[in-house]
Every structure is written in C-alpha cells, then in structure tokens.
Design a protein. Structure first.
Length: 207
C-alpha cells in the first residue's frame, strides 16, 4: 500500500506543478490591465495580441511596462511553484513548459494568447538567473538597435538554448530549443511582415 502511494505521488506532484504553472501562465495581464485602466480591449487594436508590445499601442507606456513585468514574473513563478512541488530539476522544467503554454494558449481566452517572449524570459530567470540576464541583454540590445520588438524577442529566443547548452544545462537547452521554435511559429506573421518590409517598429500603432 505504501509503495503504491509513493508511485502515485511520484507522478501526481509533477502533474500538479504543470497544472498550476499553466494556470499562472494563462493570466492575461495585458488584457486585464488595459480593461482596468479604461483603455478598452487590447485585442481590438494593433495586432490584437495581449502582450506588452501591443499594449504599448494604446499609448499607455506604464501599462505596457507593467504587462511586460507581470508576464515575465508569471513565467518565473510557474518554474518556482513546480520546482517546489517536484524538486530535483524536472519539476522546474515542467513548470517552465506549463507557464509558457498557459501564456500562449490560455483556456480563458479560447486558447488565443500571447507570443511568449516576456514569459520565456521570466522562465529563463526562474530556471537560472544568469540565463535570464543573457536573454534580457540580447532582447534589449537587438530591440535598441533595430526598434523591432519581434526581432529582439526572436533573437533572445534563439540565443537562449545556445547559452543554456554552453552552461551545461542540457535539459534547459532542449526545453528552450523547443519553446524557441514555438516562439518563432507564433511570430510567423511578424516574419512575413519583416520580409515584406511592413513590420511596425516600437511606438507604431500599426499591427
């Protein structure tokens, strides 16, 4: 009996961690903040995305900054909660995947969420803070140089698995490789606009 209970708990806690991380990640801060501030439904402007870049198109820089910070924090929180429930490394990776999935495909919004850049950055900080700093540095540097939010985010997502692998974090490297592919897939429309020369730069109200 005790052995059976041990087996059940061995998979129950990681599953619980995954679910809680997903629920944390699925909180649509961009939508909630703009509504509470009287800025309307962020899904009806610009690209229709719930992330910080589109929130910025409301003209409310404070709301955009708050969205960015909270979207990152929920990624880190998902990692920490899952790691607490299932310590030893695997729990943290499960939480990272859950929080990212929650942001990109939140059940509350019909699975139509954000593109995952800020939440992936929070996940990086949650797993290993130097990796988070590398992610942030690449993101902000490329954004500053190009003024394209999408290019900065994609560059950070591309560098993350390389940085994790260089640090010997093989599990995190594989995770970031997979999540990075999803970030690129979520940005497929942006990639098309970049190729066509129609991608809006930061501060533009266009989609």
């Amino acid at each position: 009996m005790l052995g059976t209970m041990g087996v059940e708990m061995s998979w129950l806690m990681p599953v619980l961690g995954l679910v809680l991380a997903y629920l944390l990640g699925s909180i649509p801060f961009g939508l909630l903040l703009t509504r509470m501030a009287g800025a309307g439904d962020v899904r009806t402007i610009g690209s229709g995305n719930i992330g910080a870049t589109n929130v910025l198109r409301t003209g409310r820089k404070g709301l955009a900054a708050a969205t960015l910070l909270l979207d990152a924090l929920k990624g880190a929180a998902g990692v920490w909660v899952a790691d607490w429930l299932a310590p030893g490394g695997a729990g943290a990776l499960i939480g990272a995947a859950g929080a990212f999935a929650g942001h990109c495909w939140p059940v509350w919004l019909g699975f139509a969420g954000g593109k995952g850049v800020a939440t992936l950055g929070g996940v990086a900080f949650g797993l290993w803070w130097p990796l988070g700093l590398i992610y942030l540095a690449v993101w902000l540097s490329v954004l500053f140089l190009t003024r394209y939010s999408s290019v900065g985010g994609l560059a950070a997502a591309a560098v993350a698995p390389v940085a994790a692998a260089a640090a010997g974090l093989s599990g995190a490297a594989l995770l970031f490789l997979g999540l990075g592919v999803l970030v690129f897939w979520k940005h497929r429309a942006n990639l098309g606009r970049l190729a066509a020369g129609t991608e809006p730069q930061v501060g533009s109200r266009r989609g």
